[in-house]
Design a binder for this molecule. Structure first.
Ligand code: CAA
Length: 240
């Protein structure tokens, strides 16, 4: 039977590409989204992938949502923590709300989603947790004290949990994309964008599919010996 994969924020951008790629690789895919019903409906019509709406910042919503998906499709064997937001501001202008929203979605959301799938993965002795962090969690970014903190937290989370999953067949890995051609880039002023692309050695933004292919590999049986890894995919912009 096809393995079930859940992708948070899985209806557009990097998450949409991941959902498509996992489906093409033979998984039964469920995608969550937080806001846009119309886009999610269109995504399901075009892809045949079921969508579920909840806020990953809410632990109870994640617990209930995971239970609903498992009742519909079967046990979740692959979790892709992709949902993420930005609320960029220089620190002297950053509000507590901007801090809390970003930490709540990008870091606490990863806890909220992973915690409910973890016991089943432990029992079945198989699981794949793949979290989408960011280059900016590795190097820091002006106007992103909130985002960089959350994304760096995702890397620490991964390294800790990988140690717990190792003996029960669960791998836990994190991918750090660089600047990828998605809606999120539209929030960056054009002048800043030109500078950013100028600093990417390959001379272009990444494409969502280039991240999706890495996810498919990490989810596969071929990647069973890879755990606790941080995979950078940033066109050479930051080498660690
Ligand atoms: N390094 C140093 N200084 C910088 C800077 C940088 N990277 N970016 C902006 N500044 C400076 C500006 O030159 C300006 O300085 P002056 O006042 O001396 O002219 C100052 O910071 C900007 O101050 P403002 O008060 O005008 O700032 P603002 O409140 O209007 O905020 C901003 C503007 C939010 C910083 C905006 O420039 C911006 O969005 N920058 C892009 C931030 C960014 O790269 N975010 C990444 C988003 S992509 C992503 O997050 C996905 C991923 O994982 C890769």
């Amino acid at each position: 039977m096809a393995r079930v994969a859940l992708v948070t924020g899985g209806t557009r951008g990097i998450g949409g590409a991941i959902s498509h790629a996992l489906k093409a690789a033979g998984y039964t895919v469920a995608a969550t989204y937080a806001g846009n019903d119309e886009k999610a409906k269109a995504f399901t019509e075009e892809s045949g992938i079921k969508t579920y709406k909840w806020d990953v910042g809410s632990y109870d919503a994640c617990k209930d949502g995971v239970a609903a998906i498992e009742a519909d499709l079967g046990p979740i064997e692959v979790l892709v923590n992709n949902a993420g937001i930005t609320r960029d501001a220089p620190f002297h202008k950053m509000t507590p709300d901007q801090w809390n929203e970003v930490i709540g979605t990008n870091l606490t959301g990863v806890f909220n989603m992973t915690h409910p799938v973890w016991p089943g993965m432990r029992e079945r002795k198989f699981g794949r947790i793949i979290t989408i962090s960011s280059i900016n969690g590795q190097k820091g970014q002006f106007a992103q004290a909130n985002y960089s903190a959350a994304k760096a937290g995702d890397i620490g989370f991964t390294k800790a949990l990988a140690q717990e999953g190792a003996r029960v067949g669960i791998t836990v890995n994190v991918i750090c994309p660089g600047y990828i051609n998605t809606d999120m880039m539209a929030t960056i002023p054009e002048k800043v964008m030109d500078q950013i692309v100028g600093n990417i050695p390959v001379g272009r933004l990444g494409e969502p599919e280039e991240i999706a292919r890495a996810v498919v590999f990490l989810a596969s049986d071929d990647a069973a010996f890879i755990t606790g890894a941080t995979l950078t995919a940033n066109g050479g912009q930051y080498m660690v």
